[in-house]
Design a protein around this ligand. Structure first.
Ligand code: BG6
Length: 493
C-alpha cells in the first residue's frame, strides 16, 4: 500500500474565489473585492477612487512585483458599473451544506478552505470580532465534522481586509503583525476541537510578484515587499508559538507556490538562472520552514540597499517556531534561459519559455507528469519535514455536453499522471507526505484572470464570466474517478 491509511485525500478552495456573500453577515471589504475580471490576454484591474478629488479609475493588476496598485492619493474602492467576480464567486456562503455533502460523496478526508479575515475583523484592526462571521465558520466546520471531513484552514489566502491596505499599506506596517495574531488566536481558540490543521499564508512567496494580492501592499517597491514578507514570517512564527502552547494537537504549516524550474539548455548560464530562480522561491521556505534567513537573500538586500525594520527577537522567533509542516501548490514546471533568441512564453505566474516536451492548457500552463515527484523530493531533502500537496490541478474551459454531463477526460488524464508521480515519491523515494488536496475541487473564480471559465473542479458550477447562471452544481466525470481513487487509497488511478 503506497499511502498510509490516514492519508488526507481531498480538495482545496479559498474564500476570495469561492465564498461570495461579500457584504453579508457583517463582512468588511477585502483586497480581492476590488479586483475586476480579466482574461488570459487582459489583466484584472484594481478599481480606485480619490477621496479628495472624487476621481475614479482602475489600474492594471499584473504579476510584475514593483509598481503601485493604485495612484498616489487614491484608494482601492468598489465602483458602480464594474463587475467583481469575488462578490458572489460560486457562493459557498449559501451552498456550503450541499458542497460539503458532495465532497463527502467523493469520500473526502479533508477539505481545504480559507477564513475570510474581513468576515471576522471587518476592518482588520477592530477591537472585537464579528460574531456573525465566527458563527458562519462554526456551521461550516460542524458540517465537515458531520461528514468526518478534517478541515485544513488557510488564515490568509489573498484576502487582506481592504482597510488594512488603505490605512497601513497592508503588511508593510509592523502593526499588522499584531492585528493578524489577534485574528489568528481568535479563530484558533474558537475552533479548537473542530480544526487541527492550519496554514498561515497562502503562497507566501507570491509577495515577490503580486504584493497587493499577497498582502494588501499598495506601494509595491522592493523595499516594501521585503518588509511585508518579513512581517508575515514573524506573524507566522507567533501563530506557531501560540498554537503549540494552546493546543499541542494543532499543526501549523507553511504554504509555498512551487514549480520546478528547468534550464532550457546545458549552457551553465542557464543553470545559474535556474539556481537564482529557485532561490527566490526557497527564500520563503528557508525562513518559514527552515527557520533562518539564507545568505543569498541577505546579500541581495545588501546589494539593493534594502534594510528591514526588524528586532533581534524576530530572529529568535523564526528559529524557534518554524512551520510544523510544509505544504505547497504545484501545477507544473517552467523553463528559463538566458538565450534571448528563444521565444514562446508560458502563461504561469512564474513565466518562462515553452517546454517542447510538454503539453499546455489554453492558458499556457504546462502539464508536467513528473513535477510532483521532483517537488516532493527537493523539498523533503531540504527541510526533512512532513509535506502536503495542497494545490494541483488543471484549468479547463469545460463544456456541458448534450447529455447534460461534463466529460472532462483531460482532467482525469492530468490527475492520473500527477498522482502517479506523487505515489512514486512516496513508494520509491520515501518522502513523508501527509495529504493531497486538488485545487478548486468545486468550480470557482480564477485568481490569476478572474475568469469563471478557467475551471478546475470535480463539480461544475453553472456561472459564467459575466455573472450569469443558476449556480447549480453538477458532478463531472472526474468526480466519479476521484471517488474511486480515494476509495482505493490511491491504488486505482
Ligand atoms: C494558486 C492560488 O496560485 O493557483 C489559487 O493559490 C489559484 O488561489 C490557483 O486559484 C490557480 O491559479 P488560477 O490563476 O488559475 O486561478
Amino acid at each position: 500500500m503506497a499511502f498510509t491509511k490516514d492519508f488526507l485525500w481531498g480538495g482545496a478552495t479559498a474564500a476570495n474565489q469561492y465564498e461570495g456573500g461579500y457584504l453579508e453577515g457583517g463582512k468588511g471589504l477585502s483586497t480581492s473585492d476590488v479586483l475586476t475580471a480579466g482574461a488570459n490576454d487582459k489583466p484584472r484591474r484594481v478599481t480606485w477612487k480619490n477621496p479628495q478629488t472624487g476621481e475614479t479609475g482602475s489600474t492594471d493588476f499584473g504579476f510584475g512585483g514593483d509598481g503601485r496598485a493604485v495612484p498616489e492619493g487614491a484608494q482601492p474602492a468598489v465602483l458602480d458599473g464594474e463587475y467583481y467576480p469575488s462578490h458572489v464567486a460560486t457562493d459557498f456562503y449559501h451552498h456550503y451544506k450541499e458542497d460539503i455533502e458532495l465532497m463527502a460523496k467523493m469520500g473526502f478526508k479533508t477539505f481545504r478552505l480559507s477564513i475570510n479575515w474581513a468576515r471576522i475583523f471587518p476592518n482588520g484592526d477592530d477591537e472585537t470580532p464579528n460574531e456573525q462571521g465566527l458563527a458562519f465558520y462554526d456551521h461550516v466546520f460542524d458540517e465537515c465534522q458531520k461528514h468526518g471531513i478534517e478541515p485544513l484552514v488557510t488564515l490568509s489566502h489573498y484576502e487582506t481586509p481592504l482597510a488594512l491596505a488603505i490605512n497601513y499599506d497592508g503588511w508593510v506596517d509592523r502593526k499588522v503583525i499584531d492585528f493578524y495574531v489577534k485574528y489568528a488566536t481568535t479563530v484558533l481558540k474558537r475552533y479548537q476541537g473542530k480544526v487541527k490543521y492550519w496554514l498561515t499564508f497562502n503562497e507566501i512567496n507570491i509577495m515577490d510578484m503580486a504584493p497587493f494580492m499577497a498582502g494588501g501592499v499598495i506601494d509595491g517597491t522592493a523595499q516594501n515587499r521585503a518588509q511585508a514578507a518579513h512581517n508575515q514570517f514573524v506573524a507566522s512564527a507567533k501563530v506557531v508559538k501560540f498554537a503549540h502552547e494552546f493546543d499541542p494537537e494543532m499543526k501549523v504549516g507553511q504554504m509555498l507556490a512551487y514549480g520546478p524550474l528547468y534550464a532550457y539548455s546545458s549552457d551553465p548560464k542557464d543553470q545559474l538562472k535556474v539556481m537564482t530562480g529557485m532561490q527566490s522561491t526557497f527564500f520563503y521556505s528557508d525562513v518559514q520552514t527552515g527557520g533562518h534567513y539564507p545568505n543569498y537573500r541577505l546579500k541581495q538586500y545588501e546589494r539593493e540597499g534594502i534594510t528591514l525594520n526588524d528586532t533581534p527577537e524576530d530572529y529568535d522567533l523564526l528559529a524557534k517556531y518554524s512551520a510544523d509542516f510544509l505544504s505547497f501548490s504545484c501545477y507544473g514546471s517552467n523553463v528559463v534561459t538566458t538565450h534571448k533568441d528563444v521565444s514562446g512564453g508560458a502563461g504561469n505566474f512564474m513565466s518562462g519559455v515553452k517546454n517542447p516536451y510538454l503539453k499546455t492548457n489554453a492558458w499556457g500552463w504546462a502539464t508536467d507528469p513528473d513535477c510532483l515527484r521532483l517537488a516532493l523530493n527537493t523539498l523533503f531533502d531540504r527541510y526533512h519535514k512532513p509535506l502536503w500537496i495542497v494545490e494541483n490541478g488543471i484549468g479547463w474551459n469545460d463544456q456541458v455536453d448534450a447529455d447534460g454531463k461534463i466529460h472532462d477526460s483531460y482532467r482525469i488524464e492530468y490527475l492520473q499522471e500527477n498522482l502517479a508521480s506523487m505515489r512514486d515519491a512516496v513508494t520509491i523515494d520515501g518522502v513523508n507526505l501527509m495529504g493531497y488536496t486538488m485545487w478548486g475541487c468545486i468550480d470557482l473564480v480564477s485568481a490569476g484572470t478572474g475568469e469563471m471559465k478557467k475551471r478546475y473542479g470535480f463539480v461544475y458550477v453553472d456561472r459564467d464570466d459575466k455573472g450569469n447562471g443558476s449556480l447549480a452544481r453538477t458532478p463531472k466525470d472526474s468526480f466519479y474517478w476521484y471517488k474511486k481513487v480515494i476509495a482505493s487509497n490511491g491504488e486505482d488511478l
